[in-house]
Design a protein around this ligand. Structure first.
Ligand code: SF4
Length: 616
């Protein structure tokens, strides 16, 4: 297979170097009889998957174990897949080019609902039975984790194991149970049984669901009292002590984020009401600057990268940011290693910091006011004002920036035409701000991009009960905004409402969607997040043939009393807090940033108790 791949296929496909493996710092091991083979699978192409921090961490963490060999696998691009299918080459892992069906585990990371059809496609291409119920002892266990695993139900038919929360510890516990099981020669079910009570592990096959005649869930329970009725997510308590790779694989070809990612902290407690990450990753846990400095030093040395990105959900909230940045700048300014901050808040502090960091090379600045009016920003609890934005953009223009991107969402709960007009107004005000800055100071060219995505209600957010706007409503709103934005200095880009519609269906879906997913894949659906591959009509046919109404999932308002498909998962944040936040949203009432005032979200009682901030 290898020679066919190397000689016949790879010379004829786009960007063949992405399939070859053997990159700097990739791990190569001898395979022995007791080696546990783990394929870390990213359900998208190499260029995207290789930028993913979770993959970098788990790949190296698993490979630190002597008897585990973790390899990487990505979705081949469409041209490559065609040739693989024609030549009967099964999906292989990048390190050994062995077919993934020979592995013990295939672990998919779920970053985005629109990658679900790629999971089915990759299993099929890998010659792994698609349904968990059809796998035998000869087949790998299919595992999933990542943010979308917080509602894993649409994938329940296809996966054996779901990991909820941060995987660094729980995955090693699962591997330990696997070692024991392998020696015991028990059945597949015996292994799943042995891990079902590990905190953070959910086995979909061990649970059953019942529905009423309207299609709402009436009961969701384990098939035996041996399994927990609530599954608690896993968190790493001390990030300083947890594993972080000191070398990462350096690709030969361009990838989306080709740099060192220094993770400053996990969690975010700003409390934006649409944001799932802000809820599921609580509590905030920081790494100390000393740990970060030492990680950075090793990573620079071991990779040769010349850019360090300070990554976290809201980087400016890192309590030690100023001393850390100062220190890293001093250390690396003469060594040609630059810093970047991917997630800036709209405030003067962030601009000063960005100015400091980007003295030489100024890339564009991105701000996310999310909504066009103060009323709607209060509804979503986005703690920024128009003054903040104007002040931040003034400083940015004075410091020489000319490219500004503004991110908004349309279709948010309670939105009116006035809120849409507000988006256009903010764009105009940013342009005016530029012209108010002295000519000598400002950049010669101005480019303002207004970009809107469509609101998708996500599980575990205060908006999880809200309906999504219909596609027609979203299109009308986009058109309305297009008509408002007439200034040639502003360009407007938007997301395809059809994709957002599908995202909303799967984000809040239940396990009945498994058959739709299968049907849609049979009709050729894959790479659904890519406009050029997205086959909306095939999806709609799949829903029809399965007699499932997609609007039931996307456009229906849920009552607080309704059982939600993900209610069995305990993320720490309580449902009563989410209800309180939802009610506050409808009253346009703002909830303060946790650091100013803890509002008892529930995390303080989670997993033996938690104090997020010293003053809490
Ligand atoms: S416990 Fe308090 S400080 Fe911690 S995340 Fe919840 S609301 Fe914020």
């Amino acid at each position: 297979m290898k020679s066919k791949l190397m000689n016949k296929i790879l010379p004829t496909v786009k960007n063949p170097i992405q399939y070859i493996g053997k990159e700097l710092n990739s791990v190569h091991k001898e395979i022995k009889s007791d080696t546990i083979r783990y394929a870390f699978a990213f359900p998208d192409i190499y260029e995207i998957g290789m930028s993913h921090l979770g993959m970098k961490i788990l790949y190296h963490l698993l490979n630190e174990q002597e008897d585990i060999y973790c390899e990487r696998v990505f979705a081949p691009m469409v041209d490559m897949e065609e040739k693989m299918r024609r030549e009967n080459i099964p999906l292989f892992a990048w390190e050994t080019m062995d077919a993934i069906t020979h592995f013990d585990f295939i672990g998919f990371t779920l970053q985005y609902e629109m990658s679900y059809s790629n999971i089915i496609n990759m299993l099929d291409l890998g010659e792994v039975p698609l349904l968990a119920a059809e796998r035998t002892k000869e087949h790998p266990f299919v595992m999933v984790g990542g943010p979308c695993a917080y509602n894993p139900e649409p994938l329940a038919d296809f996966v054996d194991i779901v990991i909820l929360g941060e995987a660094e510890e729980v995955i090693l516990e699962v591997m330990e149970a696997y070692r024991k099981w392998k020696k015991s020669e028990g059945s597949r079910k015996d292994f799943l049984h042995s891990i079902a009570s590990i905190t953070g592990v959910y086995i979909p096959a061990f649970y059953q669901v019942e529905y009423d005649e309207e299609g709402k869930i009436t009961s969701f329970q384990p098939i035996s009292s041996a399994y927990p009725s609530t599954v608690q997510k896993r968190i790493i308590k001390d990030l300083d002590k947890t594993y972080y790779p000191d070398k990462v694989v350096v690709p030969y070809t361009n990838i989306v984020h080709d740099r060192i990612m220094l993770e400053l902290f996990r969690g975010c407690t700003r409390g934006c009401r649409f944001c799932q990450a802000g809820m599921i990753y609580r509590p905030v846990r920081e790494k100390t600057p000393e740990t970060l400095k030492s990680i950075a030093e090793k990573l620079v040395k071991n990779t040769g990268y010349e850019d360090i990105s300070l990554a976290s959900l809201s980087t400016s909230d890192y309590t030690q940011l100023v001393p850390l940045v100062k220190n890293l700048m001093e250390e690396y300014k003469d060594k040609g290693v630059g810093l970047s901050l991917p997630s800036l808040r709209i405030d003067s502090f962030s601009i000063k910091l960005a100015e400091e960091i980007q003295k030489v090379r100024k890339t564009g600045l991105t701000f996310a006011p999310e909504a066009g009016t103060q009323k709607l920003r209060n509804v979503i609890n986005k703690g920024v004002t128009e003054e903040n934005l104007m002040e931040a953009t003034r400083q940015a223009f004075e410091a020489g920036w000319g490219t500004i991107k503004l991110y908004f969402m349309i279709g948010l709960p309670t939105e009116t035409n006035e809120d849409i007009e507000g988006i256009g107004d903010l764009g105009k005000k940013v342009v005016q701000q530029y012209f108010q800055v002295e000519k000598e100071k400002r950049n010669k060219a101005l480019r303002v991009t207004v970009s809107t995505s469509s609101f998708v209600p996500k599980p575990f957010t205060p908006f999880q009960w809200e309906p999504q706007n219909t596609m027609e409503e979203l299109k009308e709103k986009q058109q309305y905004l297009k008509n408002i934005i007439r200034d040639r200095k502003i360009s407007y880009s938007w997301h395809e409402p059809k994709i957002s519609f599908l995202e909303a269906i799967f984000a809040r879906g239940d396990r009945r969607l498994g058959k739709v997913l299968l049907k849609a894949w049979e009709k050729g659906c894959k790479f659904d997040g890519w406009d050029e591959h997205f086959k909306f009509n095939s999806w709609m046919e799949a829903f029809e043939e399965c007699h499932i109404d997609p609007s039931f999932y996307a456009h229906r308002k849920r009552e607080y009393e309704e059982k939600l498909p993900w209610d069995f998962i305990d993320i720490g944040v309580s449902k009563s807090f989410l209800i309180r936040e939802h009610k506050n949203a409808l009253k346009e009432r703002v909830t303060p940033f946790c650091r100013e005032n803890c509002v008892n979200c529930g995390v303080e009682n989670f997993d033996g108790g938690w104090t997020c901030y010293v003053d809490c």
